[in-house]
Design a protein around this ligand. Sequence first.
Ligand code: ADP
Length: 247
Amino acid sequence: MDQRAVIQAKHVSKYLGATHAVKQISFEVSQGELFGIIGKSGAGKTTLLELLSGQRAPDEGSVRVLGFDIATEAEKLKEHINFFMQTTTLVDKKTVREALEMFQDYYRRQVDINVILKQFGLMPYAGQIVNRLSSGLRQRTMLAASIISDPSIIFLDEPTTGLDSQSKREYWSILAGLRLQGKTIVIISHDMTEIQYCCDRVGVMRGGQLVACDSPMQLIEELPRGGLTMEAVYMEYAVGYEGGVEV
Ligand code: ADP
């Protein structure tokens, strides 16, 4: 085993009802990596993230995260990963500071809220109600709240969907800062530009399979039909175009 591999998926499969949502996926993520997952809607990205974060158990294969087998030891993993949410309903009516305090109480962590507010550029908004913030600031608040327990691995499911370009860039620069602190980050995203410039590696999913997995530069350089961007990588592997026709 690679000592630095904090996530190890081996031949992992998951059925959701009759749908084979994740098919025989094997890959590893190293400590400190910013790992992106891309793919069309329905490709299996969320299911894979749920498997990696212990929210679902695999039907076949295994997932080990920080050495814990998520089929039998998901509980032990909880304090090492973030609690990611796709909506802000839980904290909508609270101020930004109160939202952070709520998560602090939940995790029983004595962190300095002011340090977190500063780190995330949220100090000027500390007294504002979460659901009155711009979507960019709301997502930043959710990220700050979700990592108040100081997790070593952070899972994020499309946190920047719907944000304007500047908010996306700001969000990704916060992720880059967390990565510099040694955090491992796994993020599902459709921001091809940010994926290209910020991710160490990217996994491309299609029909429940991991059809490509490498650094953005390598994926781009090895494109069989050329192209210089992650958009082209997406079209090649996630969509699968042949002669301009989706296959
Ligand atoms: P993505 O995140 O890439 O959009 P998902 O992991 O959400 O994909 O879904 C993968 C596949 O599983 C899709 O075909 C989806 O329709 C199906 N699916 C998702 N949730 C369920 C469910 N609860 N029951 C049955 N099928 C589901």
